[in-house]
Design a protein around this ligand. Structure first.
Ligand SMILES: Nc1nc2c(ncn2[C@@H]2O[C@H](COP(=O)(O)OP(=O)(O)O)[C@@H](O)[C@H]2O)c(=O)[nH]1
Ligand SMILES: [Mg+2]
Length: 384
């Protein structure tokens, strides 16, 4: 549909008025009338204006064609946007080069595949230590082969598998290495007792195994009461031990059990004396599979610190708790990429025994992709 737009321009002279018409309505504008303003009109308008030009232009509503200065302004905005985008890319590249400079061999800086792999791994939230570990592994680029695909989803899947490949799963006590006795070590409040109760309940109630529980946590009255409640519900015997001799005697009394679960006192990773004391109590002749219980809500540096200190015992595998509370799984993922031991279980809630499952790469992949999606959505919200 063709419409006519009419507009009146006022200026100090005709040339100025025609310039205004051209700028706002474009070169196709036609001048309908030019007149000199009456003195009374001039006095009420902008000082100095004494010429009035009435101009008109046809425009197509359906094509929503924008003409004149509006069109030029839009063009200018696009131009500036392109310049900004180019500059942003250059800054991103410079940052990448700076960071990659300390991690990569010089001949790999400019390799597109290496660059894609690096930015994809960063997108998963991997930190500097985890990136260094993964990027130091050989790539197809290093082997001289070219990666032909430019498919973004394909790259994500490929590099996700690479991260998952570097994480060890398994090492469950009572099965893999044959240890009948398992213990739960870790900082206070991470969920040691709850995780133990979940595994003991699954073994005793769901699988019909002969199970016994021993607690070393006599420090807090509430802790013993918590264990007694679990033991009563599951109809499982509960022993309390405070020394190595008492632990040995309790373990011996249950030599006919399929599994013996030992709950320990929460220890601060900063108190080496307490950790040595715990190691001493647990030093019985029979093999114990030690789980280091850590929470997915703990910061990366604190996870590394706890692992270093608890290795004094030393432990055999990890249990990660509170996956339901962890908004961002990257601390745990980075930790597992760097960790030397396998991860055995994940827990994701307070319910005993429902909220525990054997650790799996499937669960890790879901958490990482979910984070990727959330990060991307946030990025879009910020940018758009
Ligand atoms: N949301 C959530 N809470 C948990 C989980 N595991 C344990 N908890 C809670 O964390 C708190 C401390 O657990 P507890 O087993 O007593 O920790 P401990 O001091 O290491 O023995 C309790 O309130 C538990 O119910 C989990 O996977 N998710
Ligand atoms: Mg406890």
């Amino acid at each position: 549909m063709i419409e006519m737009r009419v507009k009146i321009f006022r200026a100090s002279n005709t040339t100025e008025a025609l310039r205004m018409v051209k700028e706002e309505m474009g070169p196709e504008a036609v001048i309908l009338r030019t007149r000199t303003l009456e003195r009374s009109e001039a006095d009420h308008g902008r000082p100095g204006d004494n010429i009035e030009v009435t101009a008109a232009v046809d425009y197509d509503l359906e094509a929503t064609s924008v003409s004149g200065s509006a069109f030029r302004r839009q063009e200018e905005l696009y131009r500036r946007w392109n310049v900004l985008e180019k500059e942003l890319c250059e800054i991103k590249d410079a940052l990448w080069m700076l960071e990659a400079g300390s991690l990569l061999k010089p001949e790999l800086y400019f390799n597109k595949e290496v660059k894609d792999r690096y930015s994809c791994l960063r997108g998963f939230g991997l930190n500097r230590s985890a990136l260094t570990r993964l990027m130091s592994r050989s790539t197809t680029a290093e082997n001289g082969a070219e990666c032909v695909t430019g498919d973004h989803d394909f790259s994500i899947r490929r590099y996700l598998l690479e991260v998952l490949d570097s994480i060890r799963i398994g090492g469950r006590g009572g099965k893999g290495d044959g240890a009948r006795i398992v213990s739960f070590l870790g900082p206070t409040g991470v969920g040691k007792t709850t995780s133990m109760a979940k595994l003991a309940a699954l073994a005793a109630v769901k699988r019909g195994k002969r199970v016994a529980m021993i607690t070393l946590d006599t420090f807090r009255i509430a802790a013993v009461a918590q264990m007694e409640t679990y033991a009563r519900i599951m109809s499982v015997p509960l022993e309390v031990a405070t020394t190595r001799e008492e632990l040995q005697a309790a373990v011996s009394r249950h030599s006919d059990c399929d599994a013996v679960f030992i709950d320990t006192i929460g220890r601060s990773p900063n108190n080496m004396e307490e950790l040595k004391e715990l190691k001493d109590i647990l030093s019985i002749p029979e093999k114990i599979h030690h789980y280091l219980v850590l929470s997915a809500t703990t910061q990366y540096e604190n996870l590394i610190h706890a692992e270093k200190r608890f290795n004094l015992l030393p432990f055999d595998s990890y249990i990660f708790t509170k996956l339901d509370e962890a908004e961002d799984p990257t601390a745990m993922i980075n930790f597992l990429v760097m960790g030397e031991k396998p991860v055995s279980f994940f827990t994701m809630g307070q319910q005993v025994p429902e909220d525990i499952e054997p650790a799996s790469k499937r669960r890790l992949a879901a958490m990482m992709l979910n984070r990727n999606r959330t990060a991307e959505a946030e990025y879009r919200r910020e940018v758009v």
